[in-house]
Design a protein around this ligand. Structure first.
Ligand code: ADP
Ligand code: MG
Length: 339
């Protein structure tokens, strides 16, 4: 019998990989904004049209890329962030898998303008369905400007599964919120069809929370701050009387990366036990900072699930520090919910 196994062409492999990393327009926004942060940007602008179907544009004032790097960036497994597997255990950047740009370029039209700060000219690349259509010198601002058009043009199934524009926009807003809360010192804007959703100036954590969730939240925020040899836990928790029955103001970050962590969520719920109105969920904005060797961020392509080496010890520290913060504010189980 003839041999039947062959290697998939890169464009096909990229398209398959894209299915994991790029699920919807919001995934493109997340990946590109994280790249801008990794490039040292202090200012990031996100412009969206039609919930990302027509245009996703990310403009940053970060390092920019050389001509060669700009082309290399779209190769699969191409990254400037790690050189060996061991580097993952010391990772401080948002990215390291070298998959996002290759994935996005496999399923969309990508126009990139990028310029390093000490150069007169930058480079322009148009790439579509993994094929480089144009690369030429261009005069442009320092930093990087990505425009993603025609998302999923060659993946009809994905296109069909997209939700309504308001629903897709909500996903984008959620990604921006997470990144904005994790990086309050970065100035960040989000515009949709020309109107501003966020125009966030560089600030501190409390101000950033207030600019996103409104000034009423300010009086609710109780600072938490604990440092042990294992972990530093900082941020804010909300007063129980402000807790609502819906999710939306619960955020965990680890080394500036948003994460979901149902187990740590339970530590918080237990710390608030008996002082919450029925079915209410307290707000929290909690950052864990610890040695990257003590966590594994590489268990899922989107990196929102993170494994902690010392999970149960951190659980205890978290719960104790939430209790302590509530105690300092004299919030004890006898609270009167009607006041
Ligand atoms: P990763 O972020 O995992 O390294 P990506 O595919 O997202 O992989 O990006 C590939 C490379 O392209 C990055 O490692 C970085 O060197 C470069 N790059 C991407 N976006 C930017 C940007 N906005 N500014 C500067 N360099 C960038
Ligand atoms: Mg990346």
């Amino acid at each position: 019998m003839a041999d039947i196994i062959q290697l998939l062409p890169d464009s096909v492999a990229n398209q398959i990989a894209a299915g994991e990393v790029i699920q919807r327009p919001a995934s493109v926004v997340k990946e590109l904004v994280e790249n801008a942060i990794d490039a040292g940007a202090t200012q990031i602008k996100v412009n969206i049209k039609d919930a990302g179907r027509t245009l996703i544009q990310i403009i940053d004032n970060g390092s920019g890329m050389s001509d060669t790097d700009a082309r290399m960036a779209f190769e699969r497994h191409s990254t400037s962030k790690i050189k060996s597997a061991n580097d993952i255990f010391a990772i401080r950047t948002m990215g390291f898998r070298g998959e996002a740009l290759a994935s996005i370029a496999a399923i969309a039209d990508v126009e990139l303008r990028t310029k390093e700060h000490d150069h007169d000219l930058g480079t322009f690349i148009h790439i579509s369905g993994s094929n480089i259509i144009t690369q030429e010198p261009v005069s442009c601002d320092n930093g990087t400007n990505f425009q993603i058009k025609n998302l999923f043009f060659n993946v009809p199934a994905r296109r069909k599964f997209l939700k309504s524009n308001p629903a897709e926009l909500k996903h984008i807003i959620n990604e921006i919120q997470r990144i904005a809360l994790a990086n309050p010192e970065i100035s960040l804007s989000l515009h949709h069809n020309g109107s501003a959703i966020y125009e966030l100036a560089s600030s501190n954590k409390r101000v950033r929370i207030v600019s996103i969730f409104g000034k009423n939240i300010n009086q609710s925020l109780i600072p938490i701050d604990t440092e042990t040899t294992l972990v530093k836990i900082s941020g804010f928790i909300g007063q129980p009387k402000f807790a609502r029955k819906t999710f939306g103001e619960q955020f965990f970050f680890v080394n500036k990366r948003y994460m979901k962590h149902p187990f740590f969520h339970r530590a918080i719920m237990q710390a608030y036990e008996k002082i919450l109105p029925p079915d209410a969920i307290p707000s929290y904005f909690i950052s864990f900072d610890l040695d990257p060797a003590d966590i594994d961020v590489n268990i899922h392509p989107t990196k929102t699930e993170i494994k902690f080496e010392n999970e149960s010890a951190i659980w205890q520290i978290l719960q104790a520090s939430v209790r302590e913060a509530l105690g300092k504010f004299n919030i004890v189980p006898s609270i009167d919910f009607d006041q």
